[in-house]
Design a protein around this ligand. Structure first.
Ligand code: SF4
Ligand code: SF4
Length: 101
């Protein structure tokens, strides 16, 4: 891994931790609003999310219905600048069935 890639990974990880601390569910899909290129017309995450869970919020994409996300990772895969990362809920890591309301 190049030093730039390591720095980017460290930055992404730090942002993930900040996000977790801010919104506090301890898991989720993290969209880096600084590196997102929606201002250039990108809508990939919105168009490809199979659950139709991502919408624009103040000019940037946001996961509106996180409870319905099944962490398929498609949004992160189709994001050119790699602005999306995700932290799996503990429940998924343990292989437990997803809770339904
Ligand atoms: S991980 Fe999958 S379901 Fe969740 S927001 Fe991304 S594309 Fe949608
Ligand atoms: S795919 Fe990435 S760059 Fe494109 S709108 Fe979504 S978060 Fe932004």
């Amino acid at each position: 891994m190049t030093s730039t890639a390591v720095k980017n990974a460290e930055k992404q990880y730090k942002q993930g931790l900040e996000w977790v601390n801010r919104d506090n569910p301890g898991y989720g899909v993290i969209i880096n609003r600084d590196t997102c290129i929606s201002k250039l017309g990108c809508r990939n995450c919105i168009e490809f999310c199979p659950g139709d869970l991502i919408y624009f919020e103040n000019g940037k994409p946001d996961v509106k219905f996180l409870d319905e996300c099944w962490y398929c990772g498609i949004c992160a895969t189709v994001c050119g600048p790699r602005a999306i990362s995700y932290i799996f809920p503990e429940q998924i890591l343990k292989g437990e069935p997803k809770k339904t309301n």
